[in-house]
Design a protein around this ligand. Structure first.
Ligand code: FJE
Ligand code: FE
Length: 315
């Protein structure tokens, strides 16, 4: 007997994206005494085209991410609590404050430091956020580095029926983010009060995931199949649907906060060596040469050291 198409859950329209993989992001050490929960980019889940890394990070001075390079992709830093100071070898510097966003296109190359401010009165601050690494297509890998920075109060935000949405990239219900994405990306930060739900469209062929920050919820298809998950879990959504449903059905009475991110796959070969992401091993070898010899974009790194690293006596 042929299985009726309706129950296959595979047809494209009016069907939901289901959770095909669930990963718990445990803590690991990165940078200089920093702690991250890495979900994408770890050994078991190397690359989810176009996403290279997703880290939920937590740093207190003097730990952080002192002087290091990037080439070939973008880093998106979204602060959840506290703040991070950044400085780069081109003289660009600033603070990413709580609720604020830095969308950095590393392109042909940048050397920078990302550190919490020091604790002036001996009060230890906890600085937490998300950093997402988005790959660039071969066309854009070597563009000039650039930044898009948005303070918390300038991030588009709406609230309706117990659902708060902050639009980091893309749009929601006609509310648009100012961010220009080279690799087409949707990035939404949802907070659902107890009992509330969403049914969120996702472009058909884009790779999509949910990362839970707070509380617990259900994700998938309310009628067919869904997964329950709590904080620090990554849920990979399968293809074959045009939307995902999510709801806060918890009896804890707590809000459910998660990000929903989707991106158009680039579909090119990817070779990664730490903070360098190119298409071929040869390009990686040339990148290492450029970094060591301060050429092709790394010129200004020759005599540069961040103030943060100097103050700590690093390097
Ligand atoms: C990096 C190790 C690192 N996750 N989350 C190796 F830690 C880093 C790095 C970060 C980072 C920075 C912030 Cl602000 C937040 C992060 C890793 O800087 F780039 C390499 N290559
Ligand atoms: Fe960095």
């Amino acid at each position: 007997m042929p299985i009726p198409e309706k129950s296959s859950g595979n047809h494209k329209n009016n069907s939901k994206r289901l959770v095909v993989k669930k990963l718990f992001a445990r803590q690991q050490h990165e940078g200089f005494g920093a702690v991250v929960r890495r979900s994408i980019g770890r050994f078991e889940f190397r690359y989810f085209d176009p996403f290279l890394v997703l880290d939920e990070f937590s740093v207190s001075a003097p730990s952080g991410f002192p002087d290091h390079p990037h080439r070939g992709f973008e880093t998106v830093t979204y602060m959840l609590e506290g703040e991070i100071l950044h400085e780069d070898c081109e003289g660009h510097k600033g603070v990413i404050r709580e609720g604020g966003l830095q969308w950095m296109t590393a392109g042909k190359g940048i050397v920078h430091s990302e550190m919490p401010s020091s604790n002036p009165n001996g009060i230890i601050t906890h600085n937490k956020g998300l950093q997402l690494w988005i790959n660039l297509s071969s066309k854009h890998k070597l563009v000039e580095p650039s930044y898009q920075e948005i303070e918390s109060q300038d991030i588009a935000e709406t609230e309706k029926d117990g659902v708060r949405v902050r639009v980091i990239a893309g749009e929601w219900n006609g509310v648009k983010s100012k961010i220009c994405t080279r690799t087409p990306t949707m990035y939404l930060d949802f907070t659902l009060s107890p009992g509330s739900r969403i049914s969120q469209p996702i472009p058909l062929h884009w790779n999509a995931f949910v990362y839970i920050l707070q509380g617990q919820g259900h994700f998938g298809d309310a009628k067919l199949q869904h997964s329950a998950a709590a904080a620090h879990h990554l849920l990979v959504l399968g293809l074959g649907g045009d939307r995902v449903e999510a709801w806060n059905g918890s009896d804890t009475g707590l809000p459910l906060r998660f990000i929903l991110v989707a991106g158009e796959p680039i579909g090119e070969p990817m070779v990664q060596f730490g903070p360098f992401v190119m298409n071929t091993q040869e390009e990686i070898d040339r990148t290492i040469d450029d970094f060591e010899n301060f050429t092709n974009g790394f010129e200004n790194a020759r005599h540069w050291k961040s103030q943060a690293a100097s103050a700590l006596g690093l390097f």
